[in-house]
Write a protein that binds this ligand. Structure first.
Ligand SMILES: [Zn+2]
Length: 410
């Protein structure tokens, strides 16, 4: 190999699950050149000088994608931690959490609110930290006053970045009301380096006073945010829980990915599909509700079954914040999706690969093992189609490759 030639690696003789939903291919080879996949097939000739990674008995898969996390580096979460714990501790733990995710086979994570996401992304780009996934980050989130993300039991000057000199986890949020403020907040988030813009269009479970059924932001405000993001080639991701009116506002307002989606109806799903909106699951965060089959759990289950049946693009998220050392266990969501919903193991894998890449707006670059895509690849000891829970065990993830570079080999 000359110095000019890119590094080449041949992954040889594994069972390939390519992330498209196609049936697995036995005894498959994947040739990687530089940062991307050169060819995929059976019995690829081993070019001279190529490094060979033996995959016999293992499953070759696209790197997993978690389409909804928060790199807060939380320990227990909650308002007291956020008020009293130095931000630096959160950032350091978030770096560790991100490393745990790559170690568990997650090659891309979408951080839906937290400035740490921007810092870690930039730190990896400048080569300071290594061993973290590709991070797609919104940095700030934008919500209305008295909305989800506004901890409204605290004085405004504690929580609104525009009115306080003291940064806290709370000031990751930008409060905006009315079209002009929404445009300004969007530009502020973009100025800080957002890959996409995160907004909240309904209440949320962790909100102190507002309800999950509340409609938040008017259509004109959402449209203003979307238009401002689109002017610079970015898109909007929306937290949405339990109000059809809020969901329709998001769809009509130009939101591209819809998170949580506890409540949907046939009409809104049809509207969303017409506009190529992508939905993102987060069963894990409601796990206790699911164990007790509360009304919310049942609604979410119905909603996720509706999305699957309609053929909507549906990606896997977790809302992982690092609490209780859950970082690296992100694939638990796949077990929950297949256990509680009418979602096959293969469909769940597609949610965490191909559809995840779409939710990160990287559908043409990542998420599947196909020639021309970035070489984000993992080797799994065992067959996740037979037992999806093995993806929760980092020891079973034997190799992790990100853009052609081997980040883990066990
Ligand atoms: Zn979230």
């Amino acid at each position: 190999m000359t110095d000019n030639k890119p590094n080449a690696v041949l992954i040889k003789g594994g069972t390939l699950i390519d992330g498209t939903g196609a049936a697995p291919i036995k005894n498959a080879d994947v040739l990687i050149e530089g940062n991307s996949i050169k060819s995929v097939g059976n019995n690829i000739q081993t070019p001279a000088g190529v490094e060979v990674i033996a995959a016999k008995g293992k499953t070759i898969m696209p790197g997993l994608i978690d389409s909804h996390i928060h790199l807060w580096g939380s320990v227990a979460g909650g308002i007291q931690e956020w008020l009293t714990r130095p931000l630096e501790l959160g950032l350091l733990k978030a770096a560790n959490d991100a490393k745990a995710m790559l170690n568990a086979g997650f090659t891309t994570v979408k951080c839906c609110g937290s400035r740490n996401g921007l810092h870690l992304r930039n730190s990896a780009a400048e080569g300071t930290i290594n061993g973290v996934p590709r991070i797609i980050a919104s940095g700030h989130w934008i919500c209305q006053t008295f909305g989800h993300g506004d901890p409204h039991i605290l004085p405004t000057e504690y929580v609104d970045m525009r009115t306080t000199k003291h940064h806290s986890v709370f000031t990751d949020g930008l409060l905006a009301d009315g079209v002009d403020e929404c445009i300004k907040a969007t530009r502020h988030a973009l100025r800080a380096g957002a890959d996409f813009v995160k907004i909240h269009v309904s209440g949320g479970f962790t909100s102190p006073l507002d309800k999950v059924t509340d409609v938040q932001f008017n259509l004109s405000e959402i449209k203003a945010i979307s238009d401002t993001a689109m002017q610079v080639g970015k898109y909007v991701t929306a937290h949405y829980q339990k109000s059809i009116a809020a969901l329709r506002n998001a769809i009509l307002g130009g939101v591209k990915t819809i998170e949580h989606a506890l409540l949907t109806d046939d009409k809104s799903v049809e509207m969303a599909m017409e506009k190529d909106c992508i939905f993102v699951s987060t069963i894990g965060v409601l796990r206790r509700s699911f164990e007790n089959m509360t009304e919310n759990a049942q609604l979410m289950m119905e909603s996720y079954n509706r999305l699957t049946k309609a053929g909507a693009t549906f990606a896997m998220g977790t809302d992982n914040m690092g609490i209780a050392d859950t970082a690296g266990k992100n694939a638990r969501e796949l077990e929950l999706l297949t256990h509680f919903c009418d979602i096959s193991t293969m469909d769940a894998i597609v949610m965490a690969t191909k559809n995840g890449a779409k939710a990160c707006f990287m559908g043409d670059q990542a998420g599947t093992i196909e020639a021309g895509k970035l070489a984000d690849i993992i080797l799994v000891d065992g067959d996740p189609l037979k037992d999806i829970t093995i993806l929760q065990n980092a020891d079973k993830i034997k190799m992790v490759m990100l853009e052609g570079k081997v980040k883990k080999q066990a």
